[in-house]
Design a protein around this ligand. Structure first.
Ligand code: URA
Length: 299
């Protein structure tokens, strides 16, 4: 199942996987039995309770820094909602610690023989890069495109990436070698099949910043002013790049390496081509949450 877990029976040292004295994992402050197989990730810590209010029953809550979580049941299905804060660094932490909770024996510090597969869905907000995608639309990242470079720190990166698409994109963009090489990873296909009737198909960029890494110019000019125009015009086998957010590539990439199924789905709150944004987007996010809960309950 997993593509990068090759060393059998390795005892993971306390400095590599830090377990707190109360038996919780270092950042998430959760114990192995406190994480469900179905996980909703959100950026905003306040959004955890916004989702948990729909639960029939709450089993446990945890909170540390930006990592708030609630495990409970929605329409009988056990789920964990976890906030990650903004950015790829936090996704490296959240994905590794969720996988450790599921698949490492905390007593022996050895990977379990029977691995658990998690289903991970990120619900986020995003800026659209195509003129027909409007504020309020929901885009499902059938493929995530990482501008962040995180996956290249892990062995097996190329095995889970679409290398032909990567090559075509780098040539089209005349990719600047000083920036980490972009990578493309597909969402779990069962998730795409399950959500494709309610969302626009996307290739979603995860950028390592909100401003110049997404082509925004406030006071500092981006290195490549034409970046978003070039992205908008890129087409590969009839597919186009649709939107920007800041976490999905590492979720898709690490899930693929670990053997979990994962995807990112976003509500559009900014239209980058029309150059407008809607700060009153909460009702759109609420609608996406209700739809996602109902769909995950029957997955
Ligand atoms: N989140 C992003 O990362 N970019 C946007 O434009 C909007 C939300």
């Amino acid at each position: 199942m997993e593509k990068n877990c090759s060393i059998p029976s390795r005892v993971i040292p306390p400095s590599e996987l830090i377990i707190n004295t109360d038996g919780t994992v270092f950042h998430l402050h959760l114990r192995p039995q406190e994480i469900a197989d179905t996980i909703i990730l959100v950026g905003d810590p306040a959004r955890v309770e916004m989702i948990a209010k729909y639960f029939d029953a709450v089993e446990c809550r945890a909170s540390n820094r930006e990592f708030n979580s609630v495990t409970g049941r929605y329409k009988g299905k056990r789920m964990t909602i976890l906030s990650t804060g903004i950015g790829i660094g936090n996704i490296d932490i959240a994905m590794t610690e969720m996988d450790a909770l599921a698949n490492i024996d905390f007593a022996t510090r050895i990977v379990k023989e029977q691995l658990r597969q998690l289903t991970i869905l990120r619900l986020g907000t995003s800026g659209a890069l195509q003129p027909d995608i409007e504020v309020g639309d929901i885009v499902f990242a059938r493929t995530s495109l990482g501008f962040d470079g995180l996956l290249s720190y892990y062995a097996g990166r190329d095995e889970v990436c679409d290398m032909n698409l990567e090559q075509a994109f780098c040539e089209h963009m005349q990719w600047n070698a000083a920036i980490p090489r972009p990578y493309f990873v597909d969402a779990g296909n069962e998730l795409w099949e399950h959500f494709k009737d309610v969302a626009i198909e996307g290739i979603t960029i995860a950028a390592p910043g909100f401003y110049a890494p997404q082509g925004r110019w406030v006071r500092l000019k981006p290195a490549d002013e034409a970046m978003n125009q070039k992205i908008e015009s890129f087409c590969y086998c009839g597919r186009r790049i649709t939107n920007y957010e800041m976490e999905g590539s590492a979720i898709a990439g690490l899930a693929a390496l670990m053997g979990h199924r994962a995807a990112t789905m976003c509500t559009i709150i900014a239209q980058r081509i029309a150059k407008n944004a809607n700060t009153d987007y909460k009702p759109f996010v609420e609608r996406m949450i209700q739809m996602a809960l109902d769909k995950l309950a029957v997955l």
